[in-house]
Every structure is written in structure tokens, then in C-alpha cells.
Design a protein around this ligand. Structure first.
Ligand SMILES: Nc1ncnc2c1ncn2[C@@H]1O[C@H](COP(=O)(O)OP(=O)(O)O)[C@@H](O)[C@H]1O
Ligand SMILES: [Mg+2]
Length: 275
């Protein structure tokens, strides 16, 4: 477990970040960005210091979700990007520093280099949690994130739909190969219930994510309904969703604490002199 952490040189900007979590799924449109943001908000509500890095360079939707499109990013000491502070969360996204058209023509290695730079050259300072929202796919960017960013663990997001489950399986296989611990799986858009009704409509099939979690022995953290957002960007503003995310963030904190304890037992702790 956590063999990934032994191989990584931690960039200076991440040395005061206690826990980095990657939110993965090989499929787009399943709710990675929504879950990343709402998890970040929920962790913050528990009094934790939280950052959110939007690594989806092709479609950096977090800037829109966070109403941050007009924010200017400052550069500190000509070296570090200052994260934007939004609702108490430190936030950085390619969407803050690029224009609309630029990244579309980039090749794989350029994109993964840029994503790595974005995360490792942001002045995060002290954080309890940094959530990394990833783009869809199982290519260069995901590989780079898994190999170069000291992730404590990965969260998997899928809808119950067959096509999403099939893609997500590939994502899980990649993460397993790179020995990053799987924190758990969240099935999103599991059903829809109209207001004033308890009837559940399973629009994308039933339990596809749950079954996947059983196949891979991953904890199923939650099955989230599809809700009518009425123009809300933050699904967490819905009372039931807020309660769900409260449980999700508690689960994540507990899981990370357990992993950290396990790690401290397997890696000998050496006290280095202060430099
Ligand atoms: N449970 C949900 N209920 C309603 N809308 C949702 C839910 N989860 C995600 N969405 C919406 O679905 C769209 C796709 O989600 P997003 O998080 O951008 O997916 P991804 O990051 O995986 O591509 C967004 O508009 C998002 O706000
Ligand atoms: Mg996204």
C-alpha cells in the first residue's frame, strides 16, 4: 500500500499540504468536477484547510462552477502562482490562466507537463486537503498525476450506466497498476426522484457503480441521486446532498487517517535536522 509515495520527489509547493486526493474516472460528464467541488466545500465546513486544483485542461469547468472566470491570478516572486480564494477554498485552474482556445491544440505531453506545473507551482501553503479534479481518460495526464503528484489516494466516480462503468474499470486498473490507494467509489446520478415523490427512476440503470465496487473490493461511499439543480452550480446547496457530502467527507477523512497511520508503521520515520 502507498508504494507510490516512496518514489515521488515532493515539490516545494506541496510540502505543507498534508493530504492530496485525486478524483478519477475515465469517463467524462459523470460528476468528477461536481464531486470534487462539493467534497472540498464539505471538508472546509468541518474546519479543515482545503485547496482545489482543476487539472482538466481541456474543459476546466471548476472556474465556471466557482464563479471564478473573471479572477486574475497573481504571480509571486516570478515563480509561484497565487491560488484564488473562493468560498474559503484555495483554488487553481488552467481556466484561470489560459484563454478559451489555447489548450485545444496541445499534444498529450504538453498537457501533462502543464498540469504538473499548474499544481506544483501554485503557492498552496498549508493545507489539510488538496483535491485534484482530473480530466476524463486514461492517458498522459492521468499517468503523470498518478506518478508525479504525491497522492494519498484516489476517489472513483462513475454513473451506473454500462458505458461509464466500462471506462471507469480502465481507470481503476491504471490506478491499481500505479499502486495509489483507492479510497472508495461514488456512484453518481444513480436515480431521479421527482419532488413530492419517493419513487426512484433509475435513468442510467441500477447499481452499476455498486457492482463495480464489489468486483474490485472498493468501498462504495455513496450513491448520489440526480437532482434538479435549478441553475445552482453547487449541488451541495440541496439539503439532502449537503447531508450526503457531510458523510462522504467524514468517510474520506477517516480513510485517509487510517492510511496515514498504516503508512507511518511501514515507512521508518527519521527526524531530519531543520535546513
Ligand atoms: N448528482 C447530480 N445531480 C445533478 N446534476 C449533476 C449531478 N452531478 C453532476 N451534475 C451536473 O452534470 C454535469 C456534468 O458533471 P461534471 O461534474 O462536470 O462531470 P465531469 O467532471 O465528470 O465531466 C455538470 O453540469 C454537473 O453540474
Ligand atoms: Mg470535470
Amino acid at each position: 500500500m502507498s508504494k507510490n509515495l516512496e518514489k515521488i520527489n515532493v515539490p516545494d509547493s506541496l510540502k505543507k499540504v498534508k493530504n492530496i486526493i485525486g478524483v478519477f474516472s475515465a469517463k467524462g460528464g459523470v460528476g468528477k468536477s461536481a464531486v470534487s467541488l462539493n467534497l472540498a466545500l464539505s471538508l472546509q465546513e468541518k474546519g479543515l484547510k482545503v485547496g482545489l486544483a482543476d487539472a482538466d485542461i481541456y474543459g476546466p469547468s471548476q472556474t465556471i462552477l466557482m464563479h471564478a472566470s473573471n479572477q486574475q491570478v497573481e504571480v509571486k516572486d516570478q515563480k509561484f502562482l497565487q491560488p484564488v480564494n473562493k468560498s474559503g477554498i484555495k483554488f487553481m485552474s488552467m481556466g484561470l490562466i489560459s484563454n478559451d482556445k489555447m489548450p485545444v491544440i496541445w499534444r498529450g505531453p504538453m498537457v501533462s507537463g502543464a498540469v504538473l506545473q499548474l499544481i506544483s507551482q501554485t503557492n498552496w501553503q498549508e493545507l489539510d486537503y488538496l483535491i485534484v479534479d482530473t480530466p476524463p481518460g486514461t492517458g498522459d495526464v492521468q499517468l503523470t498525476l498518478l506518478q508525479k503528484i504525491p497522492l494519498k489516494g484516489a476517489l472513483i466516480i462513475t454513473t451506473p450506466e454500462d458505458v461509464s462503468v466500462a471506462d471507469t474499470k480502465k481507470g481503476i486498473e491504471m490506478i491499481l497498476k500505479l499502486e495509489v490507494p483507492l479510497l472508495g467509489l461514488i456512484e453518481n446520478m444513480s436515480w431521479f426522484s421527482p419532488k413530492e415523490s419517493n419513487k426512484k427512476y433509475f435513468l442510467f440503470g441500477k447499481d452499476g457503480g455498486k457492482d463495480l465496487s464489489v468486483d474490485y473490493k472498493i468501498d462504495l461511499i455513496s450513491q448520489l441521486p440526480l437532482i434538479e439543480t435549478e441553475g445552482l452550480n453547487v449541488i451541495y446547496e440541496d439539503k439532502d446532498m449537503r447531508d450526503e457530502f457531510d458523510q462522504i467527507s467524514s468517510f474520506v477523512v477517516k480513510k485517509i487517517d487510517d492510511l496515514t497511520e498504516e503508512l507511518s508503521k511501514t515507512i521508518p520515520q527519521i527526524n531530519l535536522p531543520n535546513d
